[in-house]
Design a protein around this ligand. Structure first.
Ligand code: NAI
Length: 288
């Protein structure tokens, strides 16, 4: 309650970022979103036209408020990093100040500080290719968008995160980092392994320097826009339901609830963890 959250990686109402925003709002947090520049127009238009009103409903019947939507491309840290092909791309034309440092500056100017940072974004241009067939360019792109983006957001937001209430950073990872998931390719499995390792190191560094907690949620499969791009999300969902200890449908709200717990004082002593929210699937070594 009374906290402000910045959630990076929301461009519709189908993914984990949206569910986390909704649950945090329901718990009383103020919500700021970071939306990928090429997806910004359609997201803001849909929001304005009420397309998301049904999924904006909180248990008490009111619609949760989004204080501000910031354009963001977490692959770039400052304007000097942006190549001409992106600068001149018409999908970026209408927006400005969307590199990580510029977004942090804008949030600082608009709101002063935040308490909670959520990283709910990933991109792997070659995700549908096996690792064995992934190019260097595709591998590094997956790593930049899905792992370094977390380091960069934390690095630049940390100085404006409230230490008194114990700031909290949460990201989303997937079990393909530690067990082979055939089809989760393009270096995305490598990027998730980096994200999980970085969670431990950043928990130490940001814990000592800023008293900030850093955790990642290893989530089970959800049919989000990003997951559909992988190409076999239905199979992942069916497998998970059939083989997990709990054999129940995994809802985006399950992840929203876990994130809200991790962001709350109830989790004051939890940092550097990979927190599984997957109906227990990660424990299984043999399907039964
Ligand atoms: P989503 O499509 O709702 O979220 C991904 C977001 O990342 C999109 O809004 C996209 O516009 C944004 N994005 C991509 N590149 C970006 C960039 N350079 N800068 C800023 N934003 C960028 O999909 P989902 O699945 O909810 O993904 C959220 C997180 O959850 C990701 O880290 C994903 O790997 C993770 N996750 C998803 C699982 C699933 O089955 N859906 C399972 C486990 C983890």
């Amino acid at each position: 309650t009374g906290k402000r959250a910045f959630i990076a990686g929301v461009a519709d109402d189908q993914g984990y970022g949206w569910a986390i925003a909704k649950t945090l709002a329901s718990a009383g947090a103020e919500i700021l979103l970071g939306t990928w520049v090429p997806a910004l127009n359609i997201f803001e238009t849909s929001l304005r036209r009420g397309k998301f009103d049904e999924s904006r409903q909180l248990p008490n019947g009111s619609l949760f408020e989004i204080s501000k939507v910031y354009p963001l491309d977490a692959v770039f840290d400052c304007p000097e990093d942006v190549p001409d092909e992106i600068k001149n791309n018409k999908r970026y034309a209408g927006a400005s100040a969307w590199t990580v440092t510029e977004v942090v500056d804008s949030v600082k100017k608009d709101f002063g500080s935040i308490d909670i940072l959520v990283h709910s974004l990933a991109n792997g241009p070659e995700v549908s290719k096996p690792l064995l067939e992934t190019s260097r360019k595709g591998y590094l792109a997956a790593s930049s968008a899905s792992a370094y983006s977390h380091v960069s957001l934390l690095r630049h937001f940390a100085p404006i995160m409230n230490q008194g209430k114990c700031g909290s950073v949460i990201s989303l990872t997937y079990m393909a980092s530690e067990k082979t998931i055939p089809g989760y390719g393009g270096g995305m499995s490598s990027a998730k392994a980096a994200l999980e390792s970085d969670t431990r190191v950043l928990a130490f560094e940001a814990g000592r320097k800023y008293k900030i907690r850093v955790n990642t949620i290893s989530a089970g499969p959800l049919k989000s826009r990003a997951a559909k791009a992988i190409g076999f999300i239905e199979k992942m969902i069916d497998y998970s339901k059939a083989n997990s200890p709990l054999q129940r449908d995994l809802e985006a709200d399950d992840i929203g609830n876990a994130a809200t717990f991790l962001a709350s004082p109830l989790a004051s002593a939890i940092s550097g963890t990979v927190f599984y929210v997957d109906n227990g699937l990660h424990t299984m070594g043999m399907a039964l």
